[in-house]
Design a protein around this ligand. Sequence first.
Ligand SMILES: Nc1ncnc2c1ncn2[C@@H]1O[C@H](COP(=O)(O)OP(=O)(O)OP(=O)(O)O)[C@@H](O)[C@H]1O
Length: 464
Amino acid sequence: MEVLLDWKSIGSILATFIFIKTAIHDFLPPELYQSLKRLFLSLFTSMKPKSAIIVEEFENSFANELFDDVQTYLSSKCSDSAQILKLSKPKSSKNLTYTMDHDQNFEDEFDGINLNWSLHVVEKKSNNLGYMGSSENRYFQLTFHRKFKDKVHKSYIPHVMEIAEMMKFKSRERKLYTNRSANENGRLWSSVPFTHPSTFDTVAMDPDLKNEIKSDLKKFVNKQEFYSRVGRAWKRGYLLYGPPGTGKTTLIAAIANFLKFDIYDLELTAVRSNSHLRKLLISTSDKSMIIVEDIDCSLDLSQRKNNYKNNRINIEMKDNYEQHQDEAADDEDYKSALERFSSKVSLSGVLNFVDGLWSSCGGERLMIFTTNHKEKLDEALLRPGRMDKHIKLSYCEISAFKILMKNYLGIEEHELVRDVEELLPIVEMTPAEIGEVFMGCEEDSEMGMRNVVEEMRSRVAASN
Ligand SMILES: Nc1ncnc2c1ncn2[C@@H]1O[C@H](COP(=O)(O)OP(=O)(O)OP(=O)(O)O)[C@@H](O)[C@H]1O
C-alpha cells in the first residue's frame, strides 16, 4: 500500500512538472523562455562537473558567424558518426554536403578532450507586432568536462574556426577560379571554369614587357628539374606595382589564362595567424597562382622600417606565443602586447610564405603581390628570391593606347592617333580611364577617338 502511494505521488509530481513546463513554454514570451532555459541549464551544469557553450544562429537579429563556422566544421566530421544526417547539394556545386539534423549528437575529440556537439531548434513565436521573420531559432550546444574549460576556449574553439575557414577557402577559391578542365585533375571536378576574358593580347601594355613576362613564365614552368636539382621550392614571386587602374588585376587574369593555373585570392587581413596562413597555403593545388592584392594595405609592412626594434620583438613574441600559448596565457603584459597582433599575420609569416617554407616541394606555385605603393614595402620582402620580378604598370603610352583602341573601337589606325601621341605624356591617363571614355563608342570609332582627344585636351587645360 505504501509502495502504491509512492508511485502515485511520483506520477502526480511528474504530471505537475510536465504541466508547468508546457505552461511556461506556451505562455511565456520566447525570449523569456530562452533566458529561463539558459539559467536552468547553467544551474544544472554547475552542479555537474560539466560545462556547456551555446552558439546561437542569430545574436540580436544578426547572423552569428561562429554558428556558420561550427556548421562547416561539423559537416566535415559528422558524416561518420551522427545517426541522422541531412544531405544537400548547394547550387552550382557537384559536392554533396552533410549536416547534422536537429537533436543529434556528435562526439568530437581534441587533444585528449572529449566534446559533445548537439544541434537544437526552438520555435520562434510571432510577437504582438506580427513578427514575420524566420520561425525557428537554432543553436549548437557544446558540452565537455569543466576542467577543460580554458583549453576549449583558448584552443578548441579557434581550432574549429580555423578548420571551417580552411574548408570555405578551399571551396570558394576552387569554385570561383579554377582554370583547368574538369577531367585533367580529379580533385577539381567540382569547380566552375575560370572565365575572365583577359589575355596577353588584350592587356594594354608595352609589347616588350609583355614578351619578357611570357618568356619568364614559360621558363619557370619548364624548370622543374632545375628547381629540384638545386633544392629550391618550385615557386616564383612577382610584384606588380603602379597606380590604380593601370591593369594589375587585368594582367593577373591574363597570366592565369596563359598558364592555365588555378587562382587563389588570399585575403591576408582575414587570416588569423602564421600557422593559419601555413595551413591555407598547404591546401592549395599544384599549378596554382596565389594572389595577394594591395599587400601594403593587408599588413603594416612599413612598420619594421620605422620601428624596427619594437616590431621585431613583437613579431618574435607573436611567433613564440603561438608555440607556447598555455604558458603565455597568464602573462598580462605579454597578452596586451600581443593583442595588437592577434588578428594579423606577421611579416615573418609572410616572408616564410614567400620563401615557400610551407611548400612540400610539390608542384609549381606563382605568387603575385600587387601594390599601389612599392615604396611602402619592407626591403626584406622585395629582395630577389622573394619578389623575383618587379613589374611596373604605368600610365598609358602610345603602344598600350593602340591596343585599347583595337579592343574597344575595333580599329588599328586613325588620324587622331598623332594627337594622342603628343598628349599622352602630358596627361597621365590610365588604361582604365581611357577604357571608360571608349565605353559606348564600340559602334562609332570616330566618336570614341574625338572623345578621348577632347578629354585629354581638357585635362591639359585644367592643369595649366
Ligand atoms: N593595361 C590594361 N589593359 C587592358 N585593360 C585595362 C588595363 N588597365 C586597366 N584596364 C581596364 O580597367 C579596369 C580596371 O583595371 P585593373 O583592375 O586591372 O587595375 P588595377 O591596376 O588592378 O587597379 P587597382 O590598383 O585599383 O586594383 C579593368 O577592368 C580593365 O577593363
